[in-house]
Design a protein around this ligand. Sequence first.
Ligand code: NAD
Ligand code: LMR
Ligand code: MN
Length: 547
Amino acid sequence: MAKTGQDRLNDPFLNKGTAFTEEQRKKYQLAGMLPPKVQSLEEQAREVYLQYQEKSTNLEKRIFLMTVFNTNRVLFFKVFSEHVTEFMPIVYDPTIAETIENYSHLFVNPQYAAFLSINEPDQIEDSLKNAADGRDIKLIVVTDGEEILGIGDWGTQGVDISVGKLMVYTAAAGVDPACVLPVVLDVGTNNDKLLNDSLYLGNHQRRVNGEPYYQFVDRFVQTVEKLFPGLYLHFEDFGRDNADNILKQYRDHILTFNDDIQGTGVIVLAGILGALKISGQKLTDQKYVCFGAGTAGTGIVEQVYAEMLQAGLQPEEARKHFYLVDKQGLLFEDTPELTPAQKPFVRKRSEFSNADQLKDLKSVVQAVHPDILVGTSTHSGAFTQDIVTEMATHTERPIIFPLSNPTQLAEAKAEDLIHWTKGKALVATGIPADPVDYEGIKYEIGQANNALVYPGLGLGALAVNAKILSDETISVAAHSLGGIVDSSKPGAAVLPPVEKLNVFSQTVAKAVANKAIADHLNQNDFQDGEKAVAALRWAPEYADEQE
Ligand SMILES: NC(=O)c1ccc[n+]([C@@H]2O[C@H](COP(=O)([O-])OP(=O)(O)OC[C@H]3O[C@@H](n4cnc5c(N)ncnc54)[C@H](O)[C@@H]3O)[C@@H](O)[C@H]2O)c1
Ligand SMILES: O=C(O)C[C@H](O)C(=O)O
Ligand SMILES: [Mn+2]
């Protein structure tokens, strides 16, 4: 049945609003349904940005942008593409944390997401078909809401992280927004605030775990693989153990990716390589302390460890460079409640005369004298001045990455790290950080956030219809970010700036596509990664006429 004018105005994938020309308004039964002036996309974008600037808080700005997104995808991404640096902290981290925490109280539009309830496993297929609405889905971001950023369990409200991550795929790398689907697996929540809130829109029940949980996840995975051939399945913000188990279960069989484990590993490795380019030091000479050895922390360690093997170290020798600190302190062979991901990197008590005292970060830094300190602990302010100055006493250019998100959870502020180390620290943060002026030098602060790499990684893998995402392909993504920053410049950042996100996302995509082709993981006919990426990339322009 032909679409009515109202259908088009209400369909964010078809709607052009005031950009519908006079003949289109007649042709599509839109006459009289829009103000008379016909605007260009550029004029519309200018108007949206003016309205955006009128909003007074980041939350209001985000709510306004979501209205544009819900109404007209092309217009939303046109404005986003013109203001990437300004919009990223609004559309994405850290403002997205606020909308997730208040999702049920802010709810107006489900934004084409699929809400899959563990109580209705037989509904999975129909739910996905309903939300896909006949679209050719190639990319899904799925969460179960258990570990959103660093703010914990938000149940069905975690759906907003799936929506936000997908927006960044399109804004950064040009993934077609009509080919994506946000999904939340509502398996309950252990967040009492939600369970006691009558307005909470998710299942009012405790989180299901163990075998029934994994059966539900598997039912979901098998169904999306059946419904959407060539799918790239991105897992986001799952709980520490489930994230690791799920990735291990599927990564060798389908095209899937865990952003907190692999995405973060890639961007932080790229940041460390960028830092070493500035300091002129070798990775294999570095001692590395991971503070917060959870999903992200161990994902990063695994990536840096693999890089050390690539650099020629033997496994036993490479493992000796890593010191994992978690709630129990420094992790030893006999530390209780070790996770599978932590176990390969535990230390021997016999290495330390004061092993029993190594229960906190300061004592570990004093004992180890690390060169690299990465925070993924959710412990705000953990990198204190005395810890940082202690570290800086023993290494010329300390590499210090406080990565916990959102802002209030960061282990340190970039400005403090630069000042405490008299400009010696090589810093990257999880959330955006302004440049730091210190003694006449402007220190640019790289954002070590997986959003700088997951969009290009996904676009590259999709461009060649890759069978799986191999370790080698992921490693190529990390290296492809090298050489973009002029490391000789005083105060140079360790990572490329977010304002070049569109450019270097293409660099990552091309490198990933070419590596997949070289390793015969591609499943379409492209033999050139650049051509494959260019053929897939979507731009925010109104499509030519279509019925
Ligand atoms: N910058 C990025 O791209 C990026 C990517 C992923 C995660 N993160 C951030 O990293 C943080 C952790 O995320 P995750 O998914 O790994 O969560 P997680 O729960 O899997 O890991 C957190 C780890 O920190 C440990 N921990 C908590 N309090 C601690 C303390 N006081 N001392 C030592 N260890 C402590 C926990 O036991 C756990 O092992 C979050 O804030 C998240 O936003 C940032
Ligand atoms: O979401 C982000 O900003 C990065 C990362 O995936 C996280 O969970 O913190
Ligand atoms: Mn995450």
